[in-house]
Design a protein around this ligand. Sequence first.
Ligand code: ATP
Ligand code: MG
Length: 438
Amino acid sequence: MRALAQARDVLIRWREEPVSFVREALGAEPQAWQAEALNALSSDRRVSVKSGHGVGKSTVDSWALLWFMTTRFPAKCPCTAPTLAQLRDILWAELGHWHGEMKKLHPVLANQFSIQSSQQDLRFVLTAAPTESFAVGRAGRKENPEALQGFHAENLLFVIDEATGVDNIIFEVAGGALSGDNTYLLLTSNPTRVSGYFYDTHTKLRERFHCMTVSCFDSPMVSPRYIEDAKVAYGQDSNIYRVRVLGEWPTADDDAVIPLNLLEDAIKREVEPINHMPIWGLDVARFGNCRTALAKRQGNRLMAPIQSWSHRDTMQVAGLVMHEYENTPSNELPSEILVDSVGLGAGVVDRLRELGVPVRGINVGETPSGKDRFTNLKAELWWKTREWLEDRGMRFRSGRTSRVGAAANAAGRSAAEDVGIGRGVGTQRTGQALIGGQ
Ligand SMILES: Nc1ncnc2c1ncn2[C@@H]1O[C@H](COP(=O)(O)OP(=O)(O)OP(=O)(O)O)[C@@H](O)[C@H]1O
Ligand SMILES: [Mg+2]
């Protein structure tokens, strides 16, 4: 009996002290910002954290879930992120990890809970009352508008990871439940998009949230090497550096040709493959720091990360492409290699034709098909790339934003000004390489 009373006292104490819960039940030491977020969740109930990459957001989400489920009954915790795969691979993986740690320290308590997942959703439940006390993870996609809808409970915690990529319809449909007096709400994200609900929580809804910005400099979880690499690759003034390192909103997003979030979303999403013949797009760098880029596309997806090279002359570029061509399995060979033939590209087209590969020069200075909308073909191709990304029907192959992002920041502005479609962040080399054959 005494042991039971002691256990109850501990649970009562943890209920108001999430940081003690993390230390004592999970054996982890929260970073200062994580402790602030947990305490704010406990006292203010609404917390929105924007940050650089890898500072420990999903970890704090999983801790909040375990804390809430352990110290309240019945507790319901609807969770979402842009895709189910992200929820499974990140948030539920963290949940599983820390639940495992809890089993080492408090096996009796931890064994009251179990992970129970199906194809449609992910679950972490109180095993004795799985329909009364549970956390459920559902994809925050527009095809799934009810992801956060219809939950009623005395103790309700919404956890939204990668919140900037969650479709706004999810928040609209959840509506009133999110702002209920007894509701707890934790949003975490890289701040890639200056619109949508997550952005609102830091701007017009700011009064109602405990808002935090966490830079990679604030977190010992992020290696100084990552920060240094980002600085060198993109520059301290770049949007990538602002978003991925400093945790700040990107600038000039509204009038960008291709906003950063469209690129990042395209990397994360899953699409049904469309099986066209592969096509390669080649954009030949003209000078200086520009890089020559080669994109291999099949239907709506990139077959490999975009390759790029710097400081290569016409003959070397032709040689590199030829080498790629010769080393490609016959069932993956492109039906055409489309090359931006303005400037140095023309020489590459000639040489590749001589070598016998199916090459076609695209003169982006030519008249666009939509004459009334665009000043030239280059502008039209840029805009098509944007529309294609907006349609959400295509996917970049790599998990790294780096190549695309580097090009976006380095070349986008001047390219967009150049073609007369407004200032912005776009991908001159990558954009042109990608659109080839559309
Ligand atoms: N206080 C902590 N103690 C121990 N490990 C931690 C702590 N905080 C975070 N971690 C670990 O650091 C790694 C990165 O954390 P996490 O994935 O939560 O970062 P993130 O901010 O969500 O990253 P991203 O920006 O990619 O979404 C994970 O392996 C996680 O387990
Ligand atoms: Mg995360």
